[in-house]
Ligand binder design. Structure first.
Ligand SMILES: Cc1ncc(COP(=O)(O)O)c(C=O)c1O
Length: 365
């Protein structure tokens, strides 16, 4: 730490991203990326022509992307007989981390603060510290699911990852609606990074509630983790507030290539459905295999499983798998008995299972 760092940040504990080792080829199942390449439409959109325009600034309003997102959600919502969303109800960011950072900065404040479940996305307390916001954590239920009733009466801005970022457990939309509807003067942010693998999006509630902000990412279900594209959907007023933040900080927050890649990714519904269905099917296969190997796990609806086996401490399993070239995530803390494993392709999952079997054998010898 240099002597120039402001005192406010001297005790800041930064977020630790999952390892991205470059030393050897791993079966990489630690950061919940998609095992599939981006849609062919994305590859086509990243044309030489677009690259040759990199000397010019990107569109600060990311219109091509925002339009594609509004169109996609409108098609889904109208398909359910609901009102669609306009382009003015969409905000695009450099990954959903940036969207969440703007939302924390804009909507929490030193007086109001922010409340989130005790187990969730590890970035929430870091954002709170970074923006000097008081925060409260709401205890989980005994089965590690989010306790919706625990938010009743709280005045803080609420942030919930649904499905949960560590357990994968999905809180039914009816419970989300209860949290949103019980205090219309409290903003509720639903972070749906993992919603596309089996959950139902709270975007269906946007037309009914102007105190709801839904955040999604293209990092998990749309093969663009390296493209850094996230977005939010809410009332026009909330989106205007997020724009105010963005235009006061980094107007060109999305680069040219990410804008066209994101628009192409959200435009390819067929590829999206096919790849998310494959991941969901592999997740269910893995549940069966892990159960047969004597593991227990949370009922994840995300693209990962949180698993544990009484005879193998979580950290030991993580290290043993790493040695065998399979990278999973040991989250430590309240979940130190577990490891979190991203659902990979069928071939990756077979390698994972083979490595797990070897570890079990070695430990029992
Ligand atoms: C719950 C949750 N929200 C947001 C993010 C951030 O995703 P990104 O910034 O890649 O869009 C993650 C990443 O793992 C996550 O788990």
């Amino acid at each position: 730490m240099s002597r120039f760092l402001d005192e406010r940040y001297s005790s800041l504990a930064p977020y630790t991203p999952g390892e991205q080792p470059q030393d050897r080829g791993y079966v990489k199942l630690n950061t919940n990326e998609s095992p599939f390449p981006p849609s062919p439409a994305v590859i086509a959109a990243l044309s030489r022509e677009e690259s040759e325009k990199l000397n010019l600034y990107s569109d600060p309003e990311a219109r091509v992307l925002v339009r594609a997102i509004a169109r996609r959600f409108t098609a889904c919502l109208e398909g359910e007989g609901r009102k669609g969303i306009s382009e003015r109800q969409v905000f695009a960011g450099n990954g959903s981390d940036e969207v969440l950072a703007f939302a924390f900065a804009a909507f929490a404040g030193k007086e109001r603060g922010v409340a989130f479940p005790e187990i969730g996305y590890g970035f929430y307390p870091v954002f709170a510290e970074f923006f000097s916001l008081p925060f409260r954590t709401v205890p989980m239920k005994a089965d590690l699911s989010v306790d919706a009733a625990g938010f009743k009466g709280l005045k803080e801005t609420v942030v919930i990852a649904n499905p949960n970022a560590q357990t994968g457990i999905y809180l039914p939309l009816s419970e989300i609606e209860t949290i949103v509807s019980e205090d219309k003067d409290r903003l509720v942010i639903i972070d749906e990074a993992y919603c596309d693998f089996g959950g139902e999006s709270a975007a269906t509630l946007i037309g009914d509630y102007d105190n709801l902000l839904v955040v999604q990412t293209m990092s998990k279900s749309r093969q663009l983790a390296g493209g850094r594209v996230g977005y939010a959907i809410a009332s026009e007023e909330i989106i205007a507030d997020l724009d105010r933040m963005k235009f006061s900080f980094n107007p060109y927050n999305l680069n040219r290539l990410s804008i066209v890649a994101g628009a192409a990714a959200i435009g390819d519904e067929e590829y999206f459905k096919e790849t998310t269905a494959l991941v969901a099917a592999e997740r269910e296969r893995l549940k069966g295999e892990f159960a047969a190997l004597g593991f227990s796990f949370t009922p994840s609806l995300a693209n990962f499983l949180l698993v544990k086996k009484d005879s193998i401490p979580g950290e030991r399993l993580y290290l043993a798998l790493k040695e065998k070239g399979v990278l999973v995530r040991w989250l430590g803390g309240a979940l130190s008995d577990y490891v979190r494993i991203t659902v990979g392709s069928a071939a990756q999952n077979d390698l994972l299972l083979a490595a797990v079997r070897e570890v079990i054998k070695e430990i029992s010898q």
